[in-house]
Design a protein around this ligand. Sequence first.
Ligand code: SF4
Ligand code: SF4
Length: 368
Amino acid sequence: MGKISLPETASGYYEIRLESIGGLGANLCGKMLGELGIKYLDLNSTSFSSYGSEKTGTPVKGFIRYCKKEKEIRIHSPIIKPDLLVVFHQALLKDGSAWTGCHENTEVIIALDGGQGNFEGKIPVKVKNCYVVNAQKIAMETHSRINVVMLGAIAKVMGFTDLEDVNKICADTLGKKYPDALKGNLEGIRRGYEEVRSLSVESNVAEGKTNGEEQPDKRSSSSEWGYATAPIGGINPRFGSTVTADLSPSRQGYIPIFIKERCINCGMCDSTCPDMVFQFAMGEYKGREMMVNKGLDYYHCKGCLRCVDVCPVNALVQGLEAEHPDKEYFLPNQEMVRMPDYYIKTGSDGYVTSESYLTEKRMEGGEV
Ligand code: SF4
Ligand code: SF4
């Protein structure tokens, strides 16, 4: 049983918001946190998630509320002003909306991408403390998943539970479902707990920004279509929506690396890739004019690595994205991209629908 008391907050609730993308396990992490409160911390708690289609790469938010046992939880709305904000993937911080509602008493935990040792972004709002944990690397090394590493980090930062209780909730939940994976998951929790570390908040606050001048809500300021301007019938008039979608936030640390010298231009990768990543065009191979593989449009690659599996000559290999900031054969789709701003974010921060919000010009210098 946790013996440390819940921090006092103005609302009487301790509120946690998880910002994540489908596939990282935030939903389950939220459920475990909710059960942890009731079963082992002697608190009242609720937990629910919000997500769209249950698909890797779509935005997921988790909401957990704790309060003392004497108090009833009467509100069941999403958490707007979190006491603890947990960001499961750095890509979520690209447009600022993940910071919504943070205040001077908010603590923030950010999962670093695989291979990355430092947080290189800036914190655009004043928060109490900011922590980072190399969640992806730990998950890979322990054969666990990002959600359990984050669970360990959350337990440490919350400060009112101990590792033993978190291990128990993991054993109750994951241990029953996947007993063979329990050892790795407990190790992931332990390392998340021990390796989460504090950032110097002051040095990372973007110059001139305070909470009094928070970023405008992009959902309203940059929405292209509202009730007055949406196409008649609410149809999506854009051709093949994956062609204009930026799927890079869906990746979980891995990308296919193209080794052109090995390629025999068999086209297997192109037939296999679900997202039209490969760019074939007329060229020369062994003195013959034919369609050759010119490169990959990484805007569309969601990192499933099916192409790596099918390539018969290892011309595509798995690589850590963090180790390849400059992708040698990155070639945006030459046929379909007529205007740079056709690209639309539909990954982690596509927010409500992929088409309505957050159009971003990413072709010219945009980070992918
Ligand atoms: S599957 Fe491999 S060898 Fe075949 S075209 Fe693709 S990269 Fe080249
Ligand atoms: S990993 Fe390969 S198959 Fe999967 S989306 Fe990227 S290019 Fe296509």
